[in-house]
Write a protein that binds this ligand. Sequence first.
Ligand SMILES: Cc1cc2nc3c(=O)[nH]c(=O)nc-3n(C[C@H](O)[C@H](O)[C@H](O)COP(=O)(O)OP(=O)(O)OC[C@H]3O[C@@H](n4cnc5c(N)ncnc54)[C@H](O)[C@@H]3O)c2cc1C
Length: 482
Amino acid sequence: MTQSSQFTRRHVVTGAATLAGAGLAVSQAASAPAPLPAKWDQEADIVIAGGGVAGCMAAIEAAAAGAKVLLLQATPDLGGNSRISSAWIRSANTRWHKNLGIQDTTEAYAKDIVDYGGGTRDEKKAKVIAEVSGRFVDRLMDYGVKFSDEKDTANGGPTLRVPKVEGRGAAVMAAVGAQVRKTQNITVKTDSKILDVYLDGDKVAGVSADLDGKKVAIKAKAVVLATGGFGRNQKLVEKYTNQWKETFRIMDVEDKGDGLLLASALGAGVANLQVAMVTPLMEYSKRIFYSSLTLLAGAIFVNEQGKRFVNELIIYTTTNTEMLKQKASYQIVCEGLHPMVEEMIKNGVTTRADSIEELAQKLGVPVENIKPEIEEHNRITAMSGKRVDRLGRTVFGKPLKAPFYFLRMHPVMIETVGGITIDDKAQVVTLGGKPVAKGFYAAGAVAFGEHFGRGYRSGDAYVYSGVFGMVAGQESGRYAKA
Ligand SMILES: Cc1cc2nc3c(=O)[nH]c(=O)nc-3n(C[C@H](O)[C@H](O)[C@H](O)COP(=O)(O)OP(=O)(O)OC[C@H]3O[C@@H](n4cnc5c(N)ncnc54)[C@H](O)[C@@H]3O)c2cc1C
């Protein structure tokens, strides 16, 4: 973990002491471990907190290693952000790649992960993501998840590396949830939350949890935290990502930072709490989240003057920052651009215009502003070879043709990106890379740690969560059965 210890120090914005008291949804705010309970009410080999893709994949793997698993999920259903997600999954060497004849290697993918981090990422973790990503996606296929044949570089990645799930995260979590429920040795408790992790010396001894409204002590050899981010904890948002404190949120209701607070209180390293994923992809009136597929297919954003104001496909933070400077932002799409346009029309969030003149009139913008924007965009779209427009856009799909449709867009926060630090075995570690306790693991958004200081590209977060979920399950299973 030498890499991590260097970069986490550089990227850390806070430690346990400053987190304590910031709207704790867990019972422990101090940095000393909670005293062991007088008696245990229940026992499991492994307690996993959080039933998104990270927690569910961990549960399946740990059970496969022969461990008895108790999976706690705060809401009535498994799913979390993993269900709301678009579920683009950056990966290599999957059956999807092979079926579509895409040439790629795990080495090239690992290099891309490291390069994108600009010197802030752990090379060992990058290797794990690249190597396990193929097994993760293939496993989803085994569970019945279907991927579209759509090939693109997913907002600027270097290779055709991002399979997209048909039916998005809802389809993934329906299949993964069904797998969890039919796997022997996994007990799922919904409406139940982890509250504390108990340590006995240098080992995990168990947890306290709110189970069906009752606080219980559960003896366990290992714990996996997979509780997601903290975007629903307004105190933490104001403290760390204050510029987005009034931004709309589309995320799990329990994204309250429980795992982050709990682990940091026990000494886990914490990094990048100031980073949040805010995308320009929410329709304003009904607050529906769309992916960037229509933009990749050729859609543009214009402002209240009918002028384009940003490269629509640059990193989200830049698009949002520019969007917030406009009085209003509209996405212009047209029939036949992408199947998602039909979904937008069906959702009742679009206005139709049969000509550019009608588009200008219905948007209330000067036609002499919007007409050249669309004509110029179509002119560059029609060109062959490497193309760059005046705003730096390099990805073009189809031309925009009547009938047009427009919908008002707004930035939305979908996830916080900082979190506790884990090593390549998914062990919760200090900023120096030392395991906090034997049997203490984390995966997914709660453990984004140092990895996403630059935010994530579409597809980066789902794979990180699924892969480290699998690793945490295997490692905790092995540890608990040793
Ligand atoms: C709208 C949207 C679109 C996205 N699109 C993409 C994409 O296309 N590609 C990509 O790579 N990433 C995408 N992401 C991000 C990606 O989906 C997430 O990073 C990933 O799913 C996180 O998985 P997870 O299992 O760590 O967390 P979650 O799926 O959020 O699961 C955490 C679970 O823990 C539960 N929980 C919280 N506190 C407790 C507690 N104390 N005890 C027990 N349970 C608790 C929560 O209720 C939740 O169910 C998107 C996210 C959103 C919101």
